[in-house]
Design a binder for this molecule. Structure first.
Ligand SMILES: [Zn+2]
Length: 449
């Protein structure tokens, strides 16, 4: 189980975790507002401690749905690593719990993997072994039967099939997401991978006087041309289109983050994870945003993905602050100084460390010293809290949470940055303690500079 720092704020750490330094205005640099709003309404599995408990929850939710005449169920935030069995149910176990008539989709907490029962696989039209868009996989066993596990776009297809936000739900959900962030002290938020409807909804909130903070948007790359052309239709003094977002690799938990070295226990066929965009295609994406005058935020978790992105920025001679790298959870020593040299914003979510410790020890025991090298990144000259507009010479190191994949409390990232482990863990369990930064330094990465 992930224990957030909140359960151990007894003062024995000496950290003033909940209190940012006076005068510091906080920015949440990486959030997903629609998913956060939705997550406040969905049934969540993050408190489950075993496979049996998960299946009980499925049984209960499907029973209630059936009684109400509903044919789909969505369950959020499953963290299989926290279950005693540390595995997903088999398809027959899930089908047995759900029954044949309700389609169930269980989303992993990291939003890159889901499990669907047979009714949902059939309903969403997903066949064993099928690819969905570039990055989606419908996993098959050795007999070419579906396992129920769905990666990336296959997971989103099933999730979307099981329930799409209706138009009338959008505004209240975004408002409640923003309210939650405002209560945590944030005064600015960047939304990564914003759907086309988000800008207009934010504008409406602003016009009603209900927008609680400044919002910067990064839309999916395929929609950036349209978003730039239509930006006057939704931008206000507080709502700004900042750029586009793409994914260059997967996740550490899924062992799909693109690494320079092999994982221990690699996925078959993906011993160093997955490179989701060919470098030459990424070059074109950077040229496109350059021509449109906006930024490109690139999801790159593994050290291989980080290096690929930096190489692309160099090759196309992108303007400084044209590109920001999201996550950068593992960074090779040779690449640390390149963020500053190339003018690439380093946007990290140290809080992920708290939930990734077990996966890191299991899958990357040989690279623990390269996890979130915050000390080196700051010493390389990155400016804490700074996100420059394209052309601005300074490159920054900024913090966010990636909510709702993890919770948005800034103290989680402060703990991860300073202690490099969860509160309550032994000091020797810290991941790369030599990369710790001070509380003041960590807070400054949340500040708007
Ligand atoms: Zn994200």
């Amino acid at each position: 189980m992930t224990s957030g720092p909140g359960d151990a704020l007894g003062g024995h750490t000496g950290l003033g975790l909940r209190t940012p330094p006076p005068g510091l205005v906080l920015r949440e640099a990486h959030a997903h507002l629609p998913a956060l709003g939705e997550s406040l309404t969905l049934e969540r599995l993050d408190a489950c401690t075993s496979l049996g408990e998960c299946l009980e929850r499925v049984r209960g939710a499907c029973g209630r749905a059936g009684a109400m005449g509903e044919s789909t169920v969505r369950l959020a935030s499953a963290r299989v690593e926290a279950w005693a069995e540390a595995r997903w149910p088999t398809l027959s176990e899930l089908d047995e719990a759900s029954g044949p008539s309700v389609g169930v989709v269980i989303m992993s907490f990291d939003h890159h993997l889901a499990m669907a029962n047979s009714a949902a696989l059939n309903g969403a039209g997903l066949r064993a072994g099928e690819r969905v868009k570039e990055r989606g996989v419908v996993e098959a066993d050795e007999h070419h039967r579906p396992t129920g596990l769905l990666l990336e776009d296959a997971a989103y297809k099933a999730w979307g099939w099981a329930g799409e936000l209706s138009e009338s739900q959008r505004l209240p959900l975004v408002r409640s997401a923003l309210r939650l962030l405002a209560e945590l002290g944030y005064r600015e938020v960047h939304d990564l991978h914003s759907p086309a409807w988000l800008g207009p909804v934010l504008r409406e909130l602003d016009e009603r006087g209900e927008l609680s903070m400044d919002v910067g948007l990064y839309v999916p790359l395929e929609g950036i041309g349209e978003a730039v052309a239509g930006r006057t239709g939704f931008e206000t003094s507080r709502v700004t289109l900042l750029g586009a977002k793409v994914f260059s690799d997967g996740t550490l938990n899924g062992r799909t983050a693109h690494m320079l070295h092999r994982y221990s226990e690699p996925r078959v066929g993906y011993s160093r994870g997955q490179c989701l965009i060919a470098p030459l295609v990424l070059d074109d994406h950077i040229r496109l945003v350059e021509s449109l005058g906006v930024q490109l935020a690139i999801h790159a978790i593994g050290d291989g993905a980080v290096r690929t992105v930096l190489d692309c920025v160099k090759r196309v001679r992108a303007s400084r602050n044209r590109v920001r790298i999201e996550h950068a959870e593992v960074v090779d020593r040779a690449d640390v100084a390149r963020f500053g040299e190339l003018g690439v914003t380093c946007s990290v979510q140290p809080c992920h460390l708290l939930s990734d410790i077990e996966a890191l020890r299991r899958f990357l025991p040989h690279r623990l010293d390269r996890v979130l090298p915050l000390r080196e990144l700051l010493e390389s000259g990155l400016k804490p809290g700074h996100i420059g507009r394209p052309g601005d010479p300074d490159a920054g190191l900024v913090f966010g949470s990636d909510v709702p994949i993890v919770r948005a409390e800034p103290e989680d990232s402060i703990v991860a940055s300073v202690l490099r482990r969860r509160i309550g863990m032994a000091a020797e369990d810290a991941i790369a303690p030599e990369q710790a930064i001070t509380e003041a330094e960590a807070w400054s990465c949340f500040g708007i500079a």
